[in-house]
Design a protein around this ligand. Structure first.
Ligand SMILES: Nc1nc2c(ncn2[C@@H]2O[C@H](COP(=O)(O)OP(=O)(O)O)[C@@H](O)[C@H]2O)c(=O)[nH]1
Ligand SMILES: [Mg+2]
Length: 328
């Protein structure tokens, strides 16, 4: 049984509409991975967590070390639920450090995750893109692993496959082949990568976070929404009932005067609006931010609020909007 080296699905030449389709099952990649890699032609597939839970159960039963990736820009709301399903020692890896402003201390970011779970044996902050702390991460993997197999786990888009490709590139003479993309559900099944005699990394499909805006945007919009560089936060002083409009996907309306700082991709078009505007395509969420709380728009970014207050947040239907302890 040949597997696609890009996404882990079993290669088949029978059904164009099913995972792993390729004309020739001796190819290294399925057609979808081939098209993502060579033409940046993304083909969205919809999966649910029912597809992935059996994999998480296998990981849990293995008792091998888990490297749990968390995207610092998009911290999943139900991280504790995923950890609850894992009966493993966990090395927590906070990724995409390059996106978070350099002025924020690493220590502060790490502290945000203390007390998350007793299963976490250590925490490290890294960036696959900038090759930041990858050697340190490898040292920790060797230190904590008890067997040769180490699972790389996390929500979809956390950067698991990108990290493993980086490790393949840095520490082996193989060519990094795992498909990575802006879309969710890029990796379909587990992919085992032998790094050396003592270490096999196992890439896993990420769990989905329902309500993530990335699932509701087309590719051109995705490219604007996903930050590529260090975020430059923008602060607004809001008087009564003003609106901040972000492309056609978000509108923030305050009820009382407040100061807010936006942590969103700087490629987005942010406008302050004083007049009436058409919000009919968006859904309104009334959100109360308490003392030291951020407002999160899942997948899009977050709003740091200066003082407690009530906001109307208009965004695409089905996108989840919630508050959390202030991150920065
Ligand atoms: N800025 C930045 N982007 C990253 C980093 N690691 C991964 N990405 C991007 O995050 C997206 C998802 O990555 P992928 O490896 O496919 O995530 P996976 O679903 O966890 O396997 C891709 O667009 C990657 O280019 C990083 O360290 N920094
Ligand atoms: Mg992946």
């Amino acid at each position: 049984m040949n597997k696609c080296q890009g996404c882990g699905s079993v290669l088949q030449n029978q059904n164009l509409n099913l995972d792993g389709y390729t004309q020739n099952i001796d190819n290294a990649l399925c057609e979808r991975c081939f098209r993502i890699k060579n033409y940046n032609d993304y083909h969205k597939i919809m999966k649910t967590n029912n597809d992935f839970m059996p994999i998480i159960r296998d990981v849990s039963n293995s008792h091998d070390l888990v490297v749990l990736l968390v995207d610092l820009f998009n911290i999943p709301k139900s991280l504790d639920k995923l950890i609850g399903n894992l009966d493993n020692k966990i090395l927590l890896v906070l990724t995409k450090r390059d996106i978070i402003p350099l002025s924020v201390y690493d220590k502060r970011l790490i502290n945000y995750f203390t007390n998350l779970s007793h299963k976490i044996v250590d925490t490290i902050i890294c960036s696959s893109k900038k090759n930041f702390h990858i050697d340190e991460l490898m040292d920790k993997i060797y230190f904590y692993k008890k067997t040769n197999n180490v699972y790389v786990v996390g929500y979809t888009n956390a950067g698991k496959s990108t990290l493993i490709n980086k490790i393949i590139y840095n520490y082996t003479d193989k060519t990094p082949m795992i498909t990575t993309s802006l879309l969710t559900s890029t990796t379909i099944d587990v992919i085992k990568i032998k790094i050396n005699e003592n270490l096999t990394l196992i890439d896993t499909p990420g769990l989905l976070e329902y309500g993530n805006i990335l699932d509701y945007l087309d590719v051109s919009m995705l490219k604007k929404v996903v930050p590529r560089n260090e975020l430059k936060p923008i602060t607004y002083q809001l008087k009564d009932s003003q609106k901040i409009f972000i492309d056609n996907i978000l509108c923030i309306e305050n009820i009382e005067p407040n100061n807010i700082t936006l942590y969103f991709s700087n490629d987005l078009n942010v406008k302050r609006i004083f007049k009436k505007c058409d919000l009919s395509s968006l859904k309104c969420y009334k959100v109360e931010a308490k003392e030291k709380e951020d407002i999160v728009v899942c997948g899009l970014g977050f709003i740091k609020v200066m003082k407690p207050g009530v906001f109307n947040i208009y965004t695409l239907p089905n996108v989840s909007v919630y508050t959390r302890d202030a991150f920065i």
